[in-house]
Design a protein around this ligand. Structure first.
Ligand code: FES
Ligand SMILES: [Fe+2]
Length: 387
């Protein structure tokens, strides 16, 4: 059943999908204080493994040191070089690529080549900058905030799909990334509604379920959609044979979508965990990372290993297909936002879009510094109401 009993207003006006001022507010009040998915634990499996990435223009270096994961600003305290240019690798000691300064896990210097020439400065001038890091299930999160809000408070309902199986039961089948010419909220809103499925995914997905069959949950920091699926008969027969081999407690008939505000999605169906995160790049561009995990059997055999690999690859192909169909719409959605004189409207079936827009609006209504709120209706004369 839907939570609302009437259609809803489109809370965000079209200009909030391209206005630089709105974008700046979202970066300040939504993204920079938050927790963000930056890697999978399989990327940092061994002692000395590292990966680098950029989170909102901040270069990060994530490192496994004796089984503990650490997140550093990827900038050296000596003369500001990136510690490493490599996207990933293994290094026994955290060492800067330029003059070879070595660092400890707390960011202090461990060794400075020709240290005498820096006398008298024992230990180097400063420590590397460290960021808060949390691991949950197979996922690694970082916050750029000095005092981030408690991770469990942020993670809330998303713990359910992450904790359903021990992390060792998930095998990464595929990971990839997209760049979209669209404001970040456009793919977010598309992901949390099934109303578009009949026209956009006529062959790759079944039609949406009836109102009676759908369960929506709206939490302060997240939404959940639980819905039955109607897979083709051959696919259901195949899954009935495969899933018992993987000790899966679930079936292909039940789909769950967890949206952690603002930009994280966990999707659970049969023996797959799909993880997506959408990151703004500019007011009108964003990128999306996708990870598809396949379930391993509790006690693996050669057959179950093969099925984990095969099922994971099959699911990754289906996910790519579905996401590519969605991606074709994003430039048109963006173009429409930039030309629309309308207020827009939201159906009860799309009520999770309303909940997300309400979250964005609440976050951006924090006290503003040096400007008016970005949702000023006076800036949009002549819009027609359809609600
Ligand atoms: S800049 Fe890193 S050691 Fe010199
Ligand atoms: Fe879609």
């Amino acid at each position: 059943m839907f939570l609302h009993q009437t259609h809803l207003p489109h809370l965000l006006p079209p200009d909030s999908y391209f206005c630089p001022k709105q974008y700046a507010h979202e970066m300040s009040f939504i993204f920079r204080p938050g927790w963000h998915l930056v890697a999978g634990v399989e990327d940092l499996a061994c002692d000395g493994d590292f990966v680098t990435c950029t989170l909102f223009d901040v270069p990060l270096l994530l490192r496994n040191s004796c089984g503990q994961l650490h997140a550093f600003l990827n900038v050296c305290t000596h003369r500001h070089c990136l510690l490493t240019h490599a996207p990933l690798g293994n290094q026994a000691k955290l060492t800067c690529q330029y003059h070879g300064w070595e660092y400890c896990d707390d960011g202090s210097t461990a060794r400075i080549p020709d240290a005498r020439s820096f006398r008298p400065m024992p230990g180097g001038p400063e420590r590397l900058r460290k960021f808060a890091l949390q691991v949950r299930g197979p996922l690694v999160f970082v916050s750029l905030a000095d005092n981030p809000r408690p991770f469990e408070e942020y993670f809330g309902p998303l713990a359910e799909p992450c904790d359903e199986y021990p992390v060792a039961r998930w095998r990464l089948a595929a990971a990839w990334e997209y760049a979209f010419n669209a404001n970040w909220k456009i793919p977010v809103e598309n992901t949390i509604e099934s109303y578009h499925v009949p026209l956009v995914h006529p062959n790759s997905l079944v039609n949406f379920a009836s109102e009676e069959q759908i369960v929506h949950e709206i939490h302060p920091q997240a939404t959940v959609m639980r819905t039955p699926t109607l897979p083709p008969a051959f696919y259901r027969r195949l899954s009935r044979w495969v899933l018992p081999w993987l000790d899966a407690r679930c079936t292909v008939d039940h789909y769950e979508l967890f949206h952690g505000f603002p930009n994280l999605f966990l999707i659970r169906i049969d023996a797959m965990l799909q993880v997506m995160a959408i990151f703004p790049i500019s007011p009108t561009t964003c990128r999306m990372t996708v990870r598809v995990y396949g379930l391993r059997a509790a006690k693996e055999t050669w057959m179950s290993r093969w099925l984990t690999w095969g099922w994971g690859n099959l699911k990754a192909r289906i996910v790519r297909w579905v996401l590519s169909e969605d991606a074709r719409l994003y430039p048109d959605l963006q173009r429409g936002m930039e030309c629309s004189p309308f207020e827009g409207t939201i159906s009860m079936r799309e009520e999770l879009v309303f909940a997300f827009q309400d979250y964005v609006r609440r976050q951006c209504e924090q006290p503003q510094v040096g400007g008016t709120p970005p949702f000023s209706s006076e800036t949009r004369p002549g819009r027609e109401s359809t609600s």
